[in-house]
Design a protein around this ligand. Sequence first.
Ligand SMILES: [Zn+2]
Length: 461
Amino acid sequence: MKSFCIHGHFYQPPREDPFTGVISPEKGAGPFANFNEKINAECYRPNAELGNFEVMSFNLGPTLAAWLEGHDPSTYQRIIESDRRNKVAHGVGNALAQAYNHTILPLATRRDKETQILWGMADFRYRFGHQPLGMWLPEMAVDQETLEVLARQGIAFTILSPHQARGQLDGAGPYQVRLPRGREIAVFFRDESLSNRLAFDPELINSAKTFAENCLFPPSPPKLGGRGGKGLCLVATDGETFGHHHRGVERFLHDLLYEEAPRAGYEVTFLARYLQQHPLTAEVEIVNGTSWSCGHGVARWAEGCTCTQGDSEWKRHLRAALDRLAQEMDTLYQDEVERCGGDPWRLRNGYIQVVLGEIEGKAFLDQQAARKLSEEGEKRILTLLEAQYYRQAMYTSCGFFFEDLSRLEPRYIIAYAAKAIHLVKEATGISLEEGFKRDLRLAVSWITEQTGEDIYEEVVS
Ligand SMILES: [Zn+2]
């Protein structure tokens, strides 16, 4: 029997001012105070109320999950429950974990990859109550090292787009990717054209019946995706497609998954379940440094590319400023923890438990540290760990996604960097501000001509 799966990537970046913890009113979100509230009303809540999360594959980004947990607990609970019901019924759940801060992993150091993946897994366990089997890679950005870290941490599969594989594919998989030291990981490939049509063609998503007739019964079997034959047809797109990008589409999703796809002869499934029932189809090699939404590899989040209008030179300078700040912070942090006989990177990877409130900071250090720390030493390390938390947040990919430095998203990441600098100074007395401002001066908005330094000054004032 043919199988059909829709994966929704549900995600919002952190919007809170790191100095106050409050979300400032956002233009364009009206009548709601900010986009989280608007998108929740249009998408997360109605999809949860219709039971859509139960019949699809999904990932719920940690920063969005934390916001929902506090602001709409009943929607949050419905989403968590969806995964739990599948876990009870099938032994595996339908939720995937996500790299914690939506960092573009091929642009991150190995250590940051590990932290992002381990934090994402810990966040998942905290919310869903079991180990994740799959992980969503932000922007599907992939390289071999990222897959190695995933496999090493026990992640069984991820999702990519066909152009990220070397050579021709025959269907959605699951394919086997061989990794060094005898490790391997399974990769599902989405049907790119169907996913894009679903996301960007408003005509197509008017009615689930029309969609099923046109796309699930194609006149001649297309090469990709296993449509028309056996195997799996996999659609993967932003979850916000269903209700926010296109109003009312939560109803389409419901009708498609509960009625029209089964009527067209498809078994509606999710990826962990499909993987459990089907052997890996073939071996595949992935192309390093590719992503789903930019044809220029990962340039969109590094030096900029023609996917965005205007002069994107600011991206290169902003990233260089963040990378240098990160290096300086890491040296100070590493020295401090090693002086106390600790392992700085194990400590940082474990710190997510403190963030999630699973353990209190002092108890966490007692558990981890090789020897008893003075009260002052404990405070210093906890403050430096908090700084590391913001240092991770400053790589949130949306800061680099859009066309200009003057937008809200780059401002958020400069604010996270400012918060990290503030905490490092509090812990060590050393200010990394001057160097960071000097680097930020080179990043210039082509719209307002503001520099990164100007934005930094606004953020800290
Ligand atoms: Zn591009």
